[in-house]
Every structure is written in C-alpha cells, then in structure tokens.
Design a protein around this ligand. Structure first.
Ligand code: FES
Length: 184
C-alpha cells in the first residue's frame, strides 16, 4: 500500500477545525460501526462566508477527510461551497485516486447540511437496510454509488463504499443490487 500523501497524514495527525459550532446547522450521518456517527456543523456568516466544524463518535477514520474539507471551506463564499465536487476537492489536495472514496461521506455530510440549512430534509437520513454488517454499509448508499459512478462489479463497489471488504457474506446482496441497477 503506498504511503499516505503528506497533506493527508498531517490532517490525520493534527485535524483542523474539529469541534461543534454554535449557531450552526447540524447534521448527523451514520459511521462505519453500529454506534458510530459523524456530526457536521455548518455556519454561514453575514457576508455569506462558510465555516465548518465536526465531531466523530465511535470511528475516527473520516477525520482526515473532514479536516481537509473544513480547511478548504473555511471563509469561502457559500455559493462556492455549494458547488464543490469530489473531483475538485481531490484535485485541490492532489489526492491519488485510491483516496477519493474517503471524501464521499464527508461531501454527503456537507450536502446534507446545506440542504437542511435551506429548510429541506437531510437526503441521507434514511439509507435503508443494512447490507454489509462488517463495514456498516446500507442499501441506498450502495445503490446510489453504483448509479452515480456507473459501477458494474463487486470490486468497484468495494472500492467506493467498502461494502464486502470483511467476511464477504454480503456479496450476494451486493450482486443483487448491481443486477437491479443494470436493469434500470
Ligand atoms: S457483511 Fe459485508 S463484508 Fe461482512
């Protein structure tokens, strides 16, 4: 496995902008374990400049991605933050392809916070049935990732969602979702 890029290692060792924010929009996403959660705080000041904070419970693995996102977003105009894509964030930090999946969940947390701030429901509040118990990955996340990234194999689903990376007893379910998506 190649070494982590220096910027990721630095943000993992010394995460920035960690902690709750007052007077902020707050959203909670499930983590990679049964009791884990990711909590993102979004605050927009009078000049429409953004600040993000975050807390994690039960699983520290998204911390570098959260720190990178919060550092990128700090002080940027709301419109720029709303238009952020995974490719843009990955390119900003020159992240290799194999680290891009780590950005998916934190960008979904940002999308959820922006939606809630606009008065809309959190689009990731209900992710459906638990498919992969080892990595705690739910059905809608797998289906969404297959459709958005046009995936066709279990290996690709594993790469992007981490589903089927443990005991692999969920492989049949992942294949069933792949088949469903390929039929339209
Ligand atoms: S249940 Fe998915 S890897 Fe074990």
């Amino acid at each position: 496995m190649p070494p982590l890029p220096a910027v990721v290692f630095q943000h993992y060792r010394q995460p920035r902008h960690q902690g709750a924010l007052i007077k902020a929009t707050e959203v909670v996403l499930e983590g990679r374990r049964e009791d884990a959660e990711l909590r993102l705080y979004l605050r927009v000041d009078d000049q429409d400049k953004v600040r993000l904070g975050y807390t994690l419970k039960g699983d520290r693995s998204p911390i570098a991605a959260l720190s990178l996102l919060a550092t990128w977003a700090m002080g940027r105009p709301l419109a720029e933050v709303e238009a952020l894509t995974l490719e843009q964030l990955a390119s900003h930090y020159e992240l290799p392809n194999d680290l891009r999946p780590a950005l998916v969940q934190v960008l979904e947390a940002l999308e959820a916070a922006l939606a809630v701030r606009r008065g809309e429901p959190n689009p990731y509040a209900d992710e459906g049935a638990l498919v992969c118990h080892c990595l705690h990955v739910r059905e809608k996340r797998i289906e969404r990732t297959i459709r958005e990234r046009k995936l066709s194999t279990v290996d690709e689903v594993r790469f992007w969602t981490r589903a089927c990376s443990g005991c692999r007893s969920c492989r049949t379910d992942v294949e069933e979702i792949l088949g469903r998506c390929s039929r339209g």
